[in-house]
Design a protein around this ligand. Structure first.
Ligand SMILES: [Zn+2]
Ligand SMILES: [Zn+2]
Length: 365
């Protein structure tokens, strides 16, 4: 039996739809039939070519997705929480696998495992072929965290969970948002909108969100943001920093969250953090982009910077719990703002590249 894949040859070239034979399953592996695959910021960076892929191509990109168990390898009986797992069950899963054989894994810091991407970015020609989200199937390797999705949560709500939502659950936990904190979020894409809702759920007193697109700011406001700063209305960095100070009684925010991917946002964000506060960096994942800034702004002000990429598996389960607990409170079913078919994946990337979408998704049908 065959499945279809969107193969990525190189930046600037369109995806090509190819067919591949479904792979045999190793003991412990699961073949997932994907229902929805999203375009995350890092997929866009690879597509544009501003994030280099280390392995030789062509590749199957995409990592943010949801699907159903199509087939299981020998020995698969339950999900990572011990619930029975059967063919046809809807599942959400981690898109990488910590090696458990390195210094960082040994010390329990699996999100920092340098070997955690054994399959992501593998060439489309390399077994098991279904290595990414832009295809009809995904090969979930033995040991990858997987959770059954509760019936009350729709695929639309869960599709951004294994990257955007879990990323924010884990990183906000790492930076340590506390009850009563004031929080600034730079960027109202998928990550920023989730950050607003999670920080409110964690007990933040006020959440201030900055972006340039009205649509995105509106969704942030529906997801808990108390104050919005539109870049068009306050065009200079200085004005935006003053506005944050004004909203925080002159002190600055306890926590500032960078989810823009733009190094300049960091220069603007540091003075928004109160003395003794924390700055969380999540969006700036591109190597080689630099920024000039005065380190004394951190040292003399006792400001702390926390950089976070990926998450530990528990964050997936907590993210599911969060969606269940807040169901109906926030319009998370509107995070996926644009949907395309696999055949129209090139149009999906063009649209996402224009930036006026919260999340574009490929519906596999
Ligand atoms: Zn992602
Ligand atoms: Zn490791």
């Amino acid at each position: 039996m065959n499945g279809r894949l969107a193969v990525f040859h190189e930046p600037g070239k369109p995806f090509e739809i190819q067919e591949r034979q479904l792979p045999p399953l190793k003991p412990g592996a699961i073949l997932v039939k994907i229902t929805l695959s999203n375009i995350c910021g890092s997929d866009l960076h690879m597509w544009r070519g501003d994030m280099k892929i280390a392995t030789p191509g062509p590749w199957v990109l995409g990592h943010e997705m949801v699907g159903r168990v199509f087939a299981v390898g020998a020995g698969v009986e339950s999900d990572s929480a011990g619930q029975p797992l059967d063919e046809g069950d809807r599942v959400v899963y981690s898109y990488y696998l910590p090696c458990m054989r390195c210094y960082n894994c040994l010390h329990g810091h699996t999100a920092a495992c340098p070997n955690r991407f054994p399959s992501w970015w593998l060439s489309a020609g390399t077994h098991p072929h279904f290595n990414g989200a832009y295809g009809e199937y995904y090969y979930l390797a033995p040991g990858q965290a997987v959770f059954k999705i509760p019936d009350e949560l729709s695929d639309d709500m869960v599709a951004p969970l294994n990257c955007a939502l879990s990323q924010m659950v884990y990183s906000l936990h790492q930076v340590g948002v506390k009850w009563g904190d004031s929080v600034v979020i730079q960027g109202a894409g998928g990550l920023g909108v989730y950050a607003a809702a999670i920080t409110k759920d964690m007990g933040a007193d006020q959440v201030i969100v900055i972006d340039k697109f009205e649509e995105r700011l509106r969704l942030a406001s529906q997801c808990g943001a108390d104050h919005l700063i539109n870049l068009d209305e306050l065009p200079s960095s200085k004005e935006r920093i003053s506005r944050v100070r004004e909203l925080t009684s002159g002190w600055g925010a306890d926590v500032v969250v960078e989810v823009t991917g733009n190094p300049q946002a960091v220069a603007e964000g540091i003075p928004m953090v109160r003395q003794g506060g924390s700055y969380l960096w999540v969006g700036n994942i591109n190597r080689g982009k630099t920024l000039e800034f005065d380190p004394s702004l951190l040292v003399n002000a006792n400001r702390r910077v926390v950089g976070v990429a990926t998450y530990e598996s528990w964050a997936l389960q907590k993210a599911l719990d969060f969606l269940k607990r807040t169901k109906g409170k926030y319009p998370f079913d509107h995070i996926l703002s644009h949907k395309f078919t696999l055949d129209n994946i090139n149009a999906a990337f063009d649209q996402a590249d224009r930036g006026d979408v919260t999340r574009a998704a490929i519906a596999m049908g």
